[in-house]
Design a protein. Structure first.
Length: 174
């Protein structure tokens, strides 16, 4: 075990001990942290299994050639549109979008399109948009889309080209 691994384990252990002692001694900030952690873990337990099943099915059912054609280096501007549309249907936010992005990368999507997908998944998911429009109004939602989506696509394209010129590669997992 490396030094950083030991430090991470110690930090997590200290955090869990803090939560335990907070619950035992009635320390209010620690109890609130424990409530937040348990709520977050319950939400993730509901979302992640379904998301990973869908990602697994995506890995098996969607052909690499299809991803390369629509999201790869020869997709052009249409690849960014497909990425935004795919991101709009992503449930679970960026936590789910990151494994999907990795799957897209493994199937041949270009970096700029992957970055656009991640950015759009954070900004324009359909459930979040409906919720936002119902509280803040359609005008606000439309303005936010008209400002954020072009910026996401533009910055994703620039960053993707920048990294591709330097032959950047995403490291494979351990």
């Amino acid at each position: 075990m490396g030094r950083t691994t030991i430090i991470r384990i110690a930090a997590i252990g200290a955090y869990l001990l803090f939560l335990l002692f907070s619950a035992l001694l009635g320390f209010s900030p620690g109890e609130k942290m424990l409530d937040n952690l348990s709520g977050f873990l319950m939400e993730m337990a509901k979302i992640l299994p379904c998301a990973f099943i869908l990602i697994g099915l995506f890995e098996v059912w969607v052909k690499k050639e299809s991803v390369e054609k629509h999201l790869g280096s020869k997709s052009g501007p249409l690849g960014y549109i497909w990425a935004v549309l795919l991101a709009a249907t992503t449930v679970g936010g960026v936590i789910v979008a990151l494994p999907v992005a990795y799957s897209l990368f493994r199937k041949g999507a270009k970096l700029g399109v992957i970055f656009a997908y991640i950015g759009a998944a954070a900004v324009c998911r359909i459930p979040m948009t409906i919720f936002e429009a119902s509280f803040l109004g359609l005008k606000f939602t439309a303005v936010r889309f008209l400002v954020s989506l072009p910026l996401i696509v533009l910055s994703s394209g620039i960053l993707g080209r920048f990294l591709e010129k330097r032959n950047y590669r995403i490291r494979e997992g351990k």
